[in-house]
Design a protein around this ligand. Structure first.
Ligand code: NAD
Length: 428
């Protein structure tokens, strides 16, 4: 049964969106928080929201304005940390939810950060490189007052990458008067980025997917995988699964769904996307005409790695996979969670499954502070160990308490955040 939530005055009821899903997840974990539950309201209110106007001069001389956001959900355990998204559908509700999931995730894998997220409501595909750079730099200047290596550290998310991070780092540094490489993570290696960061989220998804599969007695080298989203997260996870011998039988992106029973050639598909911007038109695969059929494909592991609210009460019934491995943030709504639970589908939640990215972001930040850089082997070993330990702890807690992996991950994360909150006490 869904509970009526108090909607902040800055969101209208129809805008509650993913923030509503997050609030429901918090309601589900609250009975498991013991005496810390008295602090739970903290988790239902972002600490700080900054909405900024981002004006730029277009190449043709026209002036365009974009809406930008940076939300710091919670900083009880350390500075804010979370990506920046450039997408035409970005909303405040979405950025609030994404920032809150960062709070829970960072605590669940025990990296010393709070949660934050940012975004600009723009389709970056409609901008030239020059316009993209001007927009990124103006946005960074506008949020400059609340970010910083010890305050809040942005990183890449949907439609942002190493180049955007380089511009953000440079803009912040110019405003400060000195180079501050620790202000963002996911930078190019030549600017203080970390080896392994580009692949870290997909690698973490793969590591956790293997752990989950082994718990169900599933052999990865026999597994059939379907992936939604073929960008940084989905593309790399697909490649690692296929290198481990699994068959990636379907990939869906924003334009098309390609299917091949014998398994797609992932390296060739990545080359096709690099050249054409989408999986559409990939030879050596069939294209599904009806996108919604993707959810009912016969597979063992389904990896949503695109956007939130993709698996809902509308399509959850169709799902035939045994494992949902959440590469994306918030891809499964609470109503869909219930349906999947009843069907016996194991949902490995975002706050564990995709935590590899922020884990290596943490390594990058530590390396920048010490100006001492680690080898890729060291990074991948430490990443793999953290991901396995986090998954094992959540798996054990879920079995002890007879709750879903999501609720168990939220128990671990929220307990750490609220313990910190309680020990710090309320100021003044
Ligand atoms: P990306 O921009 O690299 O790729 C996004 C992919 O999703 C693209 O292939 C795009 O075509 C596809 N897509 C977009 N809209 C779609 C739609 N409606 N249907 C199907 N596919 C669609 O982004 P990314 O960095 O891979 O992020 C994907 C997800 O992973 C997001 O939820 C993000 O928050 C999450 N995530 C990313 C990171 C990271 O390090 N990049 C870390 C943790 C979580």
């Amino acid at each position: 049964m869904s509970i009526q939530h108090e909607i902040p005055s800055y969101l209208t009821p129809h805008e509650i969106g993913p923030w509503g899903d997050y609030l429901e997840q918090i309601d589900r974990v609250t009975p498991h928080l013991g005496s810390l539950a008295r602090w739970v309201e903290t988790l239902k209110r972002p600490k700080r929201i900054l909405v900024v106007d981002v004006p730029i001069e277009r190449d043709n001389g026209a002036i365009a304005h974009f809406e930008g956001y940076r939300v710091q959900h919670n900083t009880s355990r350390g500075p804010g940390k979370g990506g920046v998204r450039f997408h035409q559908d970005v909303t405040l509700s979405e950025v609030m939810a994404l920032s809150a999931w960062m709070t829970v995730k960072n605590a669940a894998v025990n990296v010393p950060y709070g949660g934050a997220k940012g975004g600009i409501r723009v389709d970056p595909k409609t901008l030239s490189q020059g316009e993209l750079q001007r927009m990124t730099r103006r946005y960074t200047s506008e949020i400059n007052i609340i970010i910083g290596p010890n305050k809040d550290i942005p990183a890449p998310d949907v439609n942002t990458n190493e180049q955007i991070m380089a511009w953000m780092m440079d803009t912040y540094s110019m405003n400060q008067g000195s180079t501050a490489s620790g202000v963002v993570t996911g930078k190019p290696i030549s600017l203080g980025g970390s080896l392994g960061r580009h692949e870290a989220t997909g690698r973490g998804v793969f590591v956790v997917g293997c752990e989950a599969a082994s718990r169900l007695g599933m052999d990865i080298s026999d597994a059939r995988i379907a992936v939604q989203g073929f960008g940084n997260v989905g593309g790399i996870a697909a490649r690692l699964f296929s290198e481990a011998g699994a068959k990636v039988i379907a990939v869906q992106d924003h334009q098309a769904t390609v299917v091949r029973e014998a398994g797609l050639d992932i390296a060739a598909l990545q080359a096709h996307v690099a050249a054409h911007g989408s999986v559409a038109g990939f030879r050596n695969a069939e294209e599904l005409k009806d996108r919604s059929q993707f959810w009912g494909l016969d597979c063992d592991i389904l990896v949503p790695a695109a956007l939130e609210q993709q698996i809902t009460e509308v399509n959850a019934h169709q799902i035939r996979a045994r494992i949902i491995l959440e590469g994306a943030n918030g891809p499964t709504t609470p109503a869909a969670d219930d349906i999947l639970h009843d069907k016996g589908v194991l949902v490995v939640p975002d706050v564990i499954a995709n935590a590899g990215g922020v884990t290596v972001s943490y390594f990058e930040w530590v390396q920048d502070f010490s100006s001492f850089f680690w080898t890729e082997d060291e990074i991948n070993l430490r990443l793999t160990r953290i991901m396995r330990e986090a998954f094992t702890a959540v798996w054990q807690l879920a079995s002890e308490k007879k709750v879903s992996l999501r609720t168990a991950a939220f128990i671990v994360g929220c307990t750490r955040v609220l313990q910190a909150r309680e020990m710090r006490g309320l100021y003044p």
